[in-house]
Design a binder for this molecule. Structure first.
Ligand SMILES: CC(C)(COP(=O)(O)OP(=O)(O)OC[C@H]1O[C@@H](n2cnc3c(N)ncnc32)[C@H](O)[C@@H]1OP(=O)(O)O)[C@@H](O)C(=O)NCCC(=O)NCCS
Length: 168
């Protein structure tokens, strides 16, 4: 597994697979059941996140073949306070092999190359067991349950706050 920049042509099938997941469109800007054009627009938008100053949006890819299997983002809206937030998704056909934990571990190691960052946060719905387990495997610690923290799919949701801090 490695993290790399998205490739608009090569990664479009993976993004369309990701868009078949009912949850992924609720937590980002990828339209549900994305068409080819919508998947390509999403890839172009995500390639632009760094130049917009929003953060790093990486493809999670197979190290041997380079084939994209998912996405992992490090978002920098709060970098002035030393904090980033992370997010990840693995395309349905590639799930069940712990790839998200490997991607999150790599993303977190990358975060510590940014001197301004001291803390990386994850916001996870309590019943998203695969994501909670992913966070734990990557060394994130649950710091509590944020009640009615945000609206997802038209409903207020509690979120678990997981975080890691820069190793000393
Ligand atoms: C969350 C997600 C990225 C995990 O992808 P993945 O790497 O394929 O995860 P896996 O299926 O390998 O599961 C990781 C771990 O969770 C466990 N797990 C998976 N589903 C589970 C469930 N329903 N209940 C309990 N544990 C579960 C697995 O056993 C594994 O544990 P292990 O490391 O102890 O073996 C993927 O499900 C996804 O893309 N979901 C939609 C987007 C999303 O929710 N992103 C995170 C938002 S916070």
């Amino acid at each position: 597994m490695l993290l790399r920049a998205f490739r608009v042509d090569a990664d479009e099938p993976m993004v369309r697979d990701l868009a078949t997941d009912p949850y992924v469109p609720l937590i980002g800007s990828l339209p549900a059941e994305a068409t080819r054009a919508e998947a390509r627009d999403w890839l172009v938008r995500n390639r632009g996140r760094w130049s917009e100053g929003r953060g790093f949006s990486f493809a999670v890819a197979d190290a041997a073949t380079g084939e994209a299997v998912g996405s992992a983002g490090l978002w920098l809206a709060e970098i002035a306070h030393g904090r980033a937030s992370a997010g990840y998704a693995i395309a349905p056909r590639y799930r069940g092999h712990g790839l998200a934990a490997d991607a999150l571990t790599a993303l977190t190691a990358f975060a510590w190359t940014l001197p301004a960052l001291h803390r990386v946060e994850l916001y996870i719905e309590p019943d998203n067991r695969a994501s909670v387990r992913t966070a734990e495997r990557a060394g994130y610690v649950c710091e509590g349950r944020l009640r009615s923290h945000q609206e997802i799919g038209g409903r207020r949701r509690d979120m678990l706050l997981h975080a890691v801090v820069r190793p000393v």
